[in-house]
Ligand binder design. Sequence first.
Ligand SMILES: C[S@@+](CC[C@H](N)C(=O)[O-])C[C@H]1O[C@@H](n2cnc3c(N)ncnc32)[C@H](O)[C@@H]1O
Length: 289
Amino acid sequence: MQSTIPQSGPVRAAQPRIIPPIKIQGIKSKLVPFIRENARWDGKGRWFEPFLGSGVVLFNIQPGRAAASDHNPHIAGFYQGISRGTITHHAVRRYLEKEGQRLAKEGGAYYYEIRDRFNSSHDPLDFLFLNRAGFNGLVRFNSKGGYNTPFCKKPGRFSKAYITKIVNQVYAVERLIRDNKWCFETADWRGALEGMRDNDFAYLDPPYYGRHANYYDTWSESDMADLAGFLIDRGTRFALSLWYENKYRRNDTIDRYFSGFAIHKHEHFYHLGSTENLRNSMVEALITG
Ligand SMILES: C[S@@+](CC[C@H](N)C(=O)[O-])C[C@H]1O[C@@H](n2cnc3c(N)ncnc32)[C@H](O)[C@@H]1O
């Protein structure tokens, strides 16, 4: 029988919802309640999340013990920095005030200067800056692994209020990391899941299959086959987020690889433009085993 994530004990309800400082395409902010309701985890053991992305699921599910990872070293590195205390909300404020002022004075050219600097030094605070000043929260890397998201011009980009919002997001994550036993790693999902033991649970959110891919976001049918094979061979307990269908197509890999598992569906709407007839729906799936 399906049990839901308990609201007390190792997994606590998160009120209000935690918004992560890093944004990424495919972020599951709106799906956290659906994931929380349908993931069949008893709260024992560790929570493994090898496709961490922004971290929004981890930060809102709040397991007591977690192994969080992503093969994008800049994502894992940012949260590792918070864990180790090399990135603090104070440091983020100082950094954003300084760099935000220069951006206001020098405009888009300064964004591209920081982007070049980041592509040679990989400073996690530059990553945050680019993430929050770049186009639509898009994290995109070119074929050589260089960050190539364009600038998103917006008046008062790093206003006082915007900086405070980001600083508060970093502070919330700092406190969660301090209060829980979480580790962050740069790893491919295969390596990350090797460490799983009997009571552990994996929440999996790979890149969208069949969508436009970039350097850290490629996901092929053979990746899907490997993941399904791994879960079945090991008898891993898991919840896997996949898109199920939209107006035009259905994700046929679900039937091919996960037909024997419970499939929970959730429809949500998004706007492509300003008018009601540009409203599109997407059905998301959570596969549990
Ligand atoms: C759909 S996003 C995850 C979004 C995340 N759940 C959130 O709500 O923000 C997929 C993530 O998987 C990572 N990724 C892609 N391929 C990977 C692989 N082979 N191993 C580990 N992580 C991978 C990407 O860097 C990206 O951060």
